[in-house]
Design a protein around this ligand. Sequence first.
Ligand SMILES: [Zn+2]
Length: 103
Amino acid sequence: MSQHHKSTRADRAARKQYRAECAEADLPCWLCHLPIDYAAAWDDWTNNDRFQRDHFYPASTHPELYDDPENWRPSHAGCNERRGNSDAVGGLGILSRQWAPTL
Ligand SMILES: [Zn+2]
């Protein structure tokens, strides 16, 4: 199986479609629950409130879910980047590998 992560034509089209659906429903950021600035361009790098497609299960650990719409979540670019840097969302328990038990 080949891994095709970013920037395939099909993925760009799917991402655009997903953004349109989220904008239509005016979905908030799934990380901080605040409204997303759907009017902002995807490449408006200075705007942390712009839309970005996030993955519930990160592509780094679940590459097979990268293209699965069920795994997509609307997020702020800023929140998505912060999450990427910290590699975890507090309290959601979405990581399959957790820290060692404290018992
Ligand atoms: Zn957010």
